[in-house]
Write a protein that binds this ligand. Structure first.
Ligand SMILES: Cc1cc2nc3c(=O)[nH]c(=O)nc-3n(C[C@H](O)[C@H](O)[C@H](O)COP(=O)(O)O)c2cc1C
Length: 260
């Protein structure tokens, strides 16, 4: 801990999944959106839609944590820039891979600013990664046009202090921040990364308490909850991912992005 308020806010942030039954006012939402859009940007290729309706999120294909009062979906938004360019008499020149690359950066910088602003006002948040794979139902529910594409969803609200939330571990800094040149990870480095993450999550009882485990589709599961750890969890997620959901490329094409 330091006496630096910004650093303390950043370093104490953790995902919040249980909320107080306390509304979030429009004034507070305006403050955090304004802070979000103060992020550095390539071309402000981003928009957010928010709702207080859990049913609407369900209709859009995103199940939100039940006590969360406000929900958001963040989009890469190319339409607005294309309209501005049309007013200027210019055709759009970037290929869509570059468009999405820049748009992704604009969106995630905005989300992080907004998240920290929310924390500074006593709010908490949690992200929902399923949004891009639910682009069809999100577009229908929220009347989203082509070339506006969901990146991630989020709930925001006042954290329930009765619910214990811990600060989750991260890789050791020396494994991810390098001076002057990239340092390839040795087997020992990888083991240290796994040790910090696995021992940290097991000590917090994260998977036991939440009864969270990714099923193995085509292999016998020999790992019990007592030894199920972060590196096993993340490996299973990335192993199973697209067998369940289908390729993102097709979804992007359906929503007006030409990536062939
Ligand atoms: C792109 C993305 C998608 C996420 N999706 C989910 C989600 O669907 N459900 C959830 O409970 N948390 C989700 N999270 C939150 C992560 O699980 C969480 O940030 C991570 O476990 C680290 O914990 P911390 O945020 O408390 O430090 C997501 C985070 C990111 C960046």
């Amino acid at each position: 801990m330091t006496d630096n308020v910004v650093l303390n806010t950043i370093n104490n942030r953790r995902s919040i999944r249980e909320y107080l039954d306390k509304p979030v006012s429009n004034e507070i939402l305006s403050l955090i959106f304004k802070a979000g859009f103060r992020a550095p940007f390539a071309a402000q290729l981003c928009s957010v839609i928010y709702t207080r309706s859990r049913d609407k999120m369900k209709e859009a294909g995103i199940s939100v944590y039940p006590t969360a009062p406000v929900h958001m979906i963040f989009f890469i938004d190319v339409v607005r820039l294309e309209k501005i360019m049309a007013h200027r008499g210019h055709d759009y020149g970037y290929d869509d891979m570059m468009t999405l690359w820049l748009g992704m950066q604009d969106v995630v910088l905005m989300i992080e600013n907004l998240t920290i602003a929310a924390e500074s006002l006593g709010l908490g948040s949690v992200l929902y990664g399923l949004a891009p794979l639910r682009a069809d139902s999100i577009a229908t529910t929220f009347k989203v046009p082509n070339r506006v594409f969901p990146v991630v969803g989020m709930s925001v609200g006042y954290p329930d202090p009765a619910e214990e939330t811990e600060i989750r571990p991260r890789f050791p800094l020396e494994m991810a921040a390098f001076e002057d040149e990239y340092r390839d990870h040795t087997d020992q480095d990888i083991k240290s990364c796994m040790k910090v993450m696995d021992e940290g999550y097991i000590a917090q009882g994260y998977y036991i308490k939440s009864r969270t485990k990714v099923d193995l589709i085509d292999k016998e599961d020999t790992i019990g909850f007592d030894t199920y750890s972060w590196s096993e969890h993340i490996s299973r997620k990335f192993r199973n991912a697209f067998r369940r959901e289908g390729p993102l490329l097709d979804i992007l094409q359906r929503h007006g992005f030409d990536l062939k």
